[in-house]
Design a protein around this ligand. Structure first.
Ligand code: HXC
Ligand code: NAP
Length: 302
């Protein structure tokens, strides 16, 4: 379902006309809503994910609601050759991208002592490695073509406060935080900006199935543990992403901006509270997460 209208956005219609944006993992959750905002504002949008049917349905859903051009591409960003192929397709389809959102991710809560090597790799190969190779594939072309561009990576506040029970994700996101700072300098003098967003909780099906297994996303608007008393709204995240993608923010470079209601400043936003869980709770969580993983895996086309 399409989620936004122009009234949810802070910007004038047509702001992103002429821009071409790729959003990894753009078929669901936060990626889809950022894709929608860019599309509403006139950008051409590409979204990718491993479930070809999901990205194609999302692209259709968004263009049915708003018109414009949104293309769904099946791609597994764990595979550098697949990334190269996708980026070549995008460039051939209408010229250079003007922006990239590194949004695709994998995650699940687990005691660190229970993680297998495959479990660690399942997360870090998407977040840490995959996001780097997508950024590099775009960056090489931007540098060769002498084009300006904006890269926005979706991190978490764990890059500052750590992420107990989500260590492979926190480590990988922290790596992307350093990539953001490093490439902001290395490529900034050639017009390629790198910034990042560190969201607090925005209830999505994908995240909740793996971080709050068993809890639905519907009843999750209020949260008294957050200074502002609630979780984030999709349009709030979308407005911040558009700001960082658009040349209107041209002097912002190398920054990671939290959008979490102030949660991390009071030590919130992580899973330290799970320290009280015993084996039974962890077994139930793992089984619930693995059924979500299996359901999604059955839909993958790459
Ligand atoms: C321990 C687990 C596990 C769990 C999986 N594994 N779930 N280990 N506890 N709950 C282990 C498996 O046993 C296996 O290891 C290994 O991980 C790989 O599992 P697969 O299911 O084969 O992995 P794969 O098909 O590659 O799927 C990747 C995935 C999956 C990351 C595990 O969750 C996924 O595709 N996720 C994409 C969507 C997603 O995660 N969205 C949430 C993003 S939210 P063994 O050794 O047994 O073979 C987010 C929020 C951050 O990032 C901030 C919030 C505030
Ligand atoms: P989500 O809906 O599960 O989004 C993750 C997306 O990544 C899915 O569309 C998934 O599609 C895609 N993806 C995963 N592995 C991929 C791969 N190898 N190749 C290509 N695409 C891949 O979860 P979300 O909540 O919207 O999360 C979006 C981003 O926000 C993530 O970076 C997450 O860490 C971050 N974040 C979320 C929250 C929150 O509260 N929701 C908070 C902080 C940060 P496929 O499975 O089809 O590949």
């Amino acid at each position: 379902m399409a989620e936004l209208s122009i009234d949810d956005l802070m910007y004038r219609p047509g702001l992103m006309q002429g821009q071409r944006i790729l959003i990894t993992g753009g078929g669901t959750g936060l990626g889809k809503v950022m894709a929608e905002a860019c599309l509403i504002l006139g950008a051409e949008v590409y979204i990718c994910g491993r479930r070809g049917g999901v990205v194609e349905a999302a692209a259709k859903d968004l263009t049915d609601a708003h018109g414009g051009k949104c293309v769904g591409l099946a791609c597994d960003i764990r595979v550098p050759a697949a990334i190269e192929e996708m980026i070549a397709t995008v460039w051939a389809d209408g010229g250079p991208l003007t922006g990239l959102v590194n949004n695709a991710a994998g995650n699940f809560i687990s005691r660190t002592e229970d993680l297998s090597a495959r479990g660690f790799d399942a997360i870090s190969n998407i977040v840490f490695r995959g996001s780097f190779f997508v950024s590099q594939a775009c960056g090489k072309r931007w540098l060769a073509d002498g084009k300006h561009a904006s890269v926005v990576s979706i991190l978490t506040t764990w890059v500052w406060i750590g992420g107990p029970f989500t260590v492979p994700s926190a480590m990988s996101k922290a790596g992307l935080n350093v990539m953001t700072q490093s490439l902001a300098v290395e490529w900034g003098n050639r017009g390629i900006r790198f910034n990042a967003i560190a969201p607090g909780p925005f209830p999505t099906e994908g995240a909740w199935a793996r971080l709050n297994p068993g809890a639905g996303t519907e009843s999750e608007k209020k949260d008294p543990t957050i200074p502002l008393g609630r979780n984030g709204e999709m349009r709030e995240l979308a407005n911040l992403a558009v700001y960082l993608l658009d040349p209107g923010s041209a002097y912002v470079n190398g920054q990671t901006i939290a959008i979490d209601g102030g949660s991390h400043l009071q030590g919130g936003g992580g899973f330290a509270r799970l320290s009280g869980w015993g084996d039974a709770e962890w077994e139930a969580a793992r089984s619930s997460i693995q059924s979500a993983n299996e359901k999604d895996r059955a839909q993958r086309t790459v």
